[in-house]
Design a protein around this ligand. Structure first.
Ligand SMILES: Cc1cc2nc3c(=O)[nH]c(=O)nc-3n(C[C@H](O)[C@H](O)[C@H](O)COP(=O)(O)O)c2cc1C
Length: 351
């Protein structure tokens, strides 16, 4: 952490996207140096038929094209989620489109699903899977979306699911990005049911999660959870970025369009997670994401009902050492509270 404290001011002199590219390059280089350290047995769990060494995952959007999978695992994450990947490559919105809100420990982004497209990532992931040194690789999720110009967005999700069904450990259906006009509407009405059913059919044997927005009203989130259970969807990821500006009022970037991530999303995403867990107890795997930057926040997500915790913005502000300190502190916290495995802490607030 201290090395990152020294480097961060330098990194923050660069525009966010340039700093991000350099970070990805650094992680690619790091992947050549050994394997991730073994985690404490108390942090491991089996979920959706997958063995997670620890509950911490790199959230979607960090490694959109799946270029730094080994590097992300190497810094200690139990899993990484690549994407969002759309069927065709697309450039996203014009720059600047990522803003650092340093006093708020937040970001605003309106990238708009910039990615090199599914076929590019598919080739890279196929090569990754075929390489003998990756036989024991940690978990890899693939997050799929729709192209901005798609005439049939639901067909885009179906296609993404079919393409990655055999390569991904799990698939995430991202219907909650605020940066593709109209995409979030897919969370309501008949659309969400149709997406869930068609994606399930396209990838019958792959765990599937649906990623939702923190701006839904709780009833809508619980409705999606109900549909998920009824249609053999494995879980939900709660949540994506928010359109709310309450938590960043007064920031010079507050009026920039896009989704807010980081500290301002913590409470709203954790509240929604808690409500959905309460409504669907035990029937869905929940991944908690939004504003996690320390072990107490990660533990709060677990106790509220998350089986796994993802992060993105916290890493930008705290650096890669955050993952090791989260694991160390969580292990100590579990012990202090008398939980010999993480599974016993999940949803503990509800008991
Ligand atoms: C720069 C940036 C890009 C993102 N891109 C994606 C994306 O492509 N797909 C997605 O599902 N979520 C994306 N997210 C949302 C994150 O995965 C996460 O849900 C959100 O940032 C809240 O977590 P955090 O507060 O730990 O960052 C992005 C977030 C950021 C900051």
């Amino acid at each position: 952490m201290s090395l990152y404290r020294t480097l961060r001011p330098l990194l923050f002199t660069l525009p966010p996207e340039r700093a991000h590219k350099m970070t990805l390059l650094g992680l690619r280089a790091l992947s050549k140096f050994g394997r991730p350290k073994q985690d404490a047995p108390s942090l491991s769990q089996s979920l959706m038929g997958l063995a997670f060494d620890n509950p911490f995952g790199m959230a979607a959007g960090f490694d959109k094209d799946g270029e730094a999978i080994s590097g992300v695992h190497r810094i200690g994450f139990g899993f990484t989620e690549i994407g969002t990947l759309t069927p065709l490559p697309q450039p996203g919105n014009p720059a600047p489109r990522v803003f650092r809100l340093v006093p708020e420990q937040a970001l605003i982004n309106r990238l708009g699903f910039n990615n090199r497209g599914q076929m590019d990532a598919l080739a890279r992931l196929t090569a990754f899977r075929q390489h003998p040194k990756n036989a024991q690789a940690r978990i890899i999720g693939v997050n799929i979306g729709a192209n901005k110009e798609a005439s049939d967005r639901i067909a885009d999700y179906e296609l993404g699911a079919a393409r990655f069904a055999d390569l991904a450990d799990y698939l995430t259906v991202n219907i909650s990005s605020p940066n593709t006009p109209g995409l979030r509407d897919l969370q309501g009405g008949e659309a969400v049911l149709e997406i869930i059913q068609r994606v399930r059919q396209a990838a019958p044997n792959t765990p599937i999660l649906v990623k939702i927005a923190p701006d839904l009203v709780v009833e809508q989130a619980c409705e999606i959870a109900e549909l998920a259970v009824a249609n053999q969807i494995d879980g939900l990821i709660i949540s994506n970025t928010t359109l709310e500006r309450g938590g960043v009022a007064g920031s010079k970037y507050a009026s920039e369009a896009g989704g807010v991530s980081g500290q301002p999303v913590f409470d709203m995403s954790t509240d929604m997670l808690r409500a959905v867990y309460g409504a669907s107890q035990g029937k869905l795997a929940l991944i908690g994401v939004g504003g996690v930057a320390n072990a107490a926040q990660a533990y709060a997500k677990l106790r509220a009902g998350a089986s796994l915790v993802q992060l993105y913005t916290g890493l930008i502000y705290q650096g890669p050492g955050l993952v090791a300190s989260l694991k160390r502190e969580l292990e100590a916290q579990l012990k202090a509270d008398g939980f010999d495995t993480i599974s016993k802490a999940i949803g503990a607030d509800h008991k």
